[in-house]
Design a protein around this ligand. Structure first.
Ligand code: HPA
Length: 262
């Protein structure tokens, strides 16, 4: 076991990326400097969700120094909303102040089908929990009015346009999982203003803002949400569909990092 700073051996990442289910292809774009299993790093929990490896990869994309968390731990695994606090704290300690989060999600928007990529502009925390429960300091009162950094959002939007790829924008609603939602819950989510639903990311956004990182987040749409088509949902479908939108997202990230972001 070692801490992240020791493992990185002087490597100073400019941007951190968290990859969701089936989005591992982003790793192919990284010129790897070092890689470390979560299990070898202090404060990093181990995820046992299939489709998620749990590895930290340090390297460069277009010369831009990145640290990639390939795999994350979810609230639904152990019921701990702060499951990602250790990794995010470690990133903060090694100087990361920009975090890009990715996930797979179900679409509640009929105009945004499987294979689409959505830039998250805001979220709804419908889990009833918060990763800062128990935090004793006044820093727990994190403002989320501008949680998804405006200037980062604009940079990615411009780059998507330049690449000619469709980048949807919308609100992500966090459900605890691990069961999928019911059709009635999805009807409610739509009424409440959600465009996509999923089981991750929101606690990481809250923690990242707590650690004063700027945040961008993207959903790869793997399915229409429950009840929208009549089909039953499955994790197998999530894993099979994620690489589709994942390709678009990977090309957006690759062409933005180093070229448009420093
Ligand atoms: N609901 C919740 N999480 C998901 C979904 C969904 O429909 N698809 C992929 N992740």
């Amino acid at each position: 076991m070692q801490d992240l700073a020791t493992a990185l051996d002087g490597f100073e990442p400019q941007t951190a990326l968290v990859l969701g289910s089936g989005l591992g292809s982003v790793v192919d774009a990284v010129d790897i400097v070092s890689r470390h299993d979560f299990s070898a790093l202090d404060g990093f929990p181990v995820s046992a969700v299939s489709g998620h490896s749990a590895e930290v990869i340090a390297g460069t994309i277009n010369g831009h120094r990145v640290i990639v968390l390939s795999g994350r731990v979810h609230y639904y695994e152990q019921g701990d909303p702060a499951a990602m606090r250790g990794p995010l704290q470690a990133l903060s300690t090694v100087g990361v102040n920009r975090l890009i989060l990715t996930n797979s999600a179900g679409s509640t928007n009929p105009d945004m089908g499987p294979g689409s990529v959505m830039q998250i502009k805001d979220h709804i925390n419908f889990s009833g929990t918060n990763p800062l429960f128990g935090e004793p300091t006044d820093q727990r009162f994190v403002g989320l009015t501008t949680a998804y950094d405006k200037s980062l959002r604009k940079t990615f939007r411009k780059q998507a346009k330049a690449l000619g790829v469709k980048l949807h924008r919308g609100v992500y609603m966090w459900f605890s999982g691990p069961s999928f939602e019911t059709p009635a819950e999805i009807k409610m989510a739509r009424l409440m203003g959600a465009d996509a639903v999923g089981m991750s990311t929101v606690p990481e956004v809250i923690l990242a803002r707590f650690f004063d990182m700027e945040v961008a987040a993207f959903s790869v749409i793997t399915n229409f949400a429950a009840g929208m088509t009549g089909a039953e949902l499955s994790h197998t479908e999530t894993k099979e569909m994620a690489p589709r939108g994942g390709e678009i997202l990977a090309s957006l990230l690759k062409s933005t990092l180093g070229e448009k972001l420093n």
